[in-house]
Design a protein around this ligand. Structure first.
Ligand SMILES: Nc1ncnc2c1ncn2[C@@H]1O[C@H](COP(=O)(O)OP(=O)(O)OP(=O)(O)O)[C@@H](O)[C@H]1O
Ligand SMILES: [Mg+2]
Length: 258
């Protein structure tokens, strides 16, 4: 099996705080892999390093979307996104005053080939590209169940739908690796069950590899094939859902914060 993402000996320090300490992970292509741990464990920090928000203090990140390894640590977020890594955020980040459709439309712009010149002149190539993007955006909205709301402002959507819109926007960039930071946060049990099925469906349809941070254990245990557990920046366990549920250190890390 091909390793899609390799995190090697990665340490991220913020001043005196070691948010992630010598973290290692190999994520196989086509898998749904979980990243869990108590608040402040360093989960989002790992996503921030993978997506180029932070350059790791030590170690490196290697992305292999097409049988060619790219060292992505050190690249800019937009360069990493172009290679096929996209994410959603723990605190939803949408263009709140734009319509639902425009939010997805914008996601596509990472992929537009035409240059500014041809867009100003509205050359045929550009107009054709724009039509295709519109078609694709509408398809993605249908896919996440938001077609009816396409003209509403993003901020008017209820929470669960905003999360789905964020995923649609991420899909518009044609990712190979999708990072989801607490997609079920704020969802009720029914919504999070639907989200689980939705994640499984888009993984197959868009041929994705998914790296998922989540506090809802039902979601993590239900769809992840492998789980990494962090506590205070340290990897304390790694394994399949059953092994993680029966791991003494994991149980203690969670009980310790309650
Ligand atoms: N930019 C930053 N500057 C300083 N400290 C930071 C920064 N980002 C994260 N940290 C610190 O690193 C640690 C890990 O934070 P991180 O956000 O990665 O945790 P998390 O596991 O995602 O937690 P949560 O479940 O609450 O989202 C925390 O102590 C946090 O305060
Ligand atoms: Mg976080």
């Amino acid at each position: 099996m091909r390793i899609m993402l390799k995190i090697e000996n990665m340490t991220m320090k913020f001043g005196g705080v070691i948010a992630a300490n010598n973290f290692n992970a190999n994520i196989e292509k086509g898998r749904i892999v979980g990243l869990i741990g108590p608040n402040g464990a360093g989960k989002t920090t790992i996503f921030n390093v993978v997506t180029g928000v932070y350059m790791p203090t030590e170690g490196r990140v290697i992305f292999n979307p097409d049988d060619r390894e790219h060292v992505i640590s050190g690249l800019r977020p937009d360069e990493i996104a172009k290679l096929g890594v996209c994410r959603t955020f723990q605190n939803i980040r949408l263009f709140k005053d734009l319509s639902v459709l425009d939010n997805v439309f914008i996601g596509n712009h990472l992929r537009i080939e035409s240059n500014v010149f041809s867009s100003i002149l509205r050359l045929p190539g550009y107009i054709k590209e724009e039509k295709e993007i519109l078609k694709k955006s509408l398809y993605l909205l249908e896919r996440v169940g938001l077609l009816q709301e396409k003209d509403e402002k993003a901020h008017s959507l209820p929470y669960g739908k905003q999360r789905r819109l964020e995923i649609a926007r991420a899909l518009a960039t044609n990712p190979r690796l999708l990072l989801l930071d607490e997609p079920a946060a704020g969802m009720n049990p029914q919504e999070s069950r639907e989200l689980m099925q939705f994640i499984l469906d888009i993984k197959d349809e868009f041929d994705l590899t998914i790296f998922l941070i989540e506090h809802h254990m039902e979601v993590v245990m239900g769809i992840c094939e492998e789980i990494f557990v962090l506590d205070h920046g340290e990897l304390i366990a790694q394994g399949n859902p059953e092994a993680i549920q029966n791991n003494q250190r994991v149980v203690e890390a969670y009980l310790g914060v309650e």
